[in-house]
Design a protein around this ligand. Sequence first.
Ligand code: 6R9
Length: 636
Amino acid sequence: MNNYLIENLPEYFKIYKKSIKNPKKFWDKIADENFVWYQRWSKVVDYDMHEAKIKWFKGAKLNITKNCIDRHLAERGHKNAIIWEPNNPDEPTQYITYNELYDRVGKMANVLRSQGIEKGDRVCIYLPMIPELAICMLACARIGAIHSVIFAGFSASAVASRVNDCEAKLLICSDGSYRGSKVLNLKSIIDEALEKTPSVQHVLVVKRTHNEVNMKEGRDLWLQPLYDAAPIENVPQIMDAEDPLFILYTSGSTGKPKGMLHTCAGYMVYSAYTFKNVFNYKENDIYWCTADIGWITGHSYILYGPLANGATTVIFEGVPTYPQPDRFWEVIEKHKVTQFYTAPTAIRSLAKESSDWVEKHDLSSLRVIGSVGEPINDEAWHWYNDHVGKKKCPIVDTWWQTETGGIMIAPVPFVTPTKPTYATLPLPGIQPVLMDEKRNEITGNQTDGSLCIRFPWPGIARTIWGDHERYKQTYFSAFPGKYFTGDGALRDEVGYYRITGRMDDVIIVSGHNLGTAPIEDSIGLHPAVAESAIVGYPHEVKGNALYGYIILKDTGESRDRENLKKEINLLISDTIGPIAKLDKIQFVQALPKTRSGKIMRRILRKIAEGDFSNFGDTSTLLNPEVIEDIKNNRIG
Ligand code: 6R9
């Protein structure tokens, strides 16, 4: 089982070449040798990149939880599947063996069934990083319900729009959550969200913080008594390869979030294969990814990828700076973590602290360290390499997306030589291509362009929930026949890739993808605001921060500017979440627009960065005179 580890560079080149020459044969063998199936597939892949129709392992039947839990019981029943590290280090750690995981998922699956949840029903999960989050996801997968985890930092209206989009029948939340020294009341956010969500019949509430909450008669139920009464035995639902596994929302260039749909077989094969190779996972390793399960990184590399490999995965409830800025290093030392996977924004913020915090801990258990979510800058890369990896652990800079399901471009540790700020080479089966402005493929090295992928891979999202046309438009229309990632990339002289950043209206702040459109929509709700444009500018810790240019209505002109700024940020916080608040707000008379009415964001970006040198071609601007005024009043 799981004997697909790439051992050295010649082998990587050999496997890569084969995987590209015959991707069907490549994935057929991996799927066949490393997973348990109720029934094999009749066709490895069926695809049409113009219509955006992709199917992997057609005809196969499986259940992902059998692969993640049941099949490990004979040999690994007493091995820890999950090590849960609480927010407060004084609270006990939970060690959940594969045997115990089997019991807990079985009970939870029976609770879901007792609530009338069936195959294909949508269940939204709004939980902090507690074991129940993982268990509820697996329980959904066990019975064939489609989970949609909503990051527990989203506001009530962001929750409502997601719940409504997927028409969830059930929602699972907790009374509250701990984040460092704060206690947040999650249930009250849910109460507000559910005022406008007709599809939700019941809410299951997990007790975590024991704070006072409202329980709505007939709708809300405490989970614990139901769970205690539920039997363990649960027969997994037999799923078709292309049955939906989960929906996960991501930002796009319009206000409506995109519900990316992942399906059972392809996602399982891809997340498991990439986990094993990118983290060099060996049987007794203790692997830790610090992402929140509410994002794709948590889905693929806290939960499904590790468990499909019978790994031990650490789930951490807290924040890097609580109780002190050495919490990450303390946890690595405590559990003898061997692989550590985090985000550049966390690295940058910890690098600002004294290096004594790292030095005082024994990190010698570490073998591989990873980065994900945004480009890792040179300084952060070196700090990570020097202080955490002690120059001995390869840094796997992993490029991928919610849409790709798993890691696409990354070094294979101990195989691919790393290079600071480069995600390096594609994994087997992945065919990146760079495209120029005329939509031609750029061949050769030392070049840059729009990053596309030529051939489907098993982990690719199959559609946007309820809106296949949008899926096709967003990813398959800019470069017909190819998947367009929305990112720009450069390829160096040896063919290594470096991701240069988003080419669309998505800004990555502290690793969170934020679309400018939803933020502008929420600012527009303010009665004094006429129009706004949001851009990102470089920020030392967050990678990017948000700069808003806002035009006031005549009636707003007399209002106190400082108050207005606070109100605008409150609105954003209430409609999207605190992560989308603006760092800088500049009130302007007008925005630079082209004759066709499009805001020229390129200029606004340059001004926000304080770079007035070269605005490029401004001849299509309708109102070039506004630039001077915006420049003069820039917030430094
Ligand atoms: C996994 C994840 C996807 C976007 C992606 C890109 C950026 C992710 C990166 C990276 C440079 C890396 N991104 N990893 N940029 N280097 N190693 O983050 O998914 O939340 O959907 O974000 O994140 O811009 O397009 P998601």
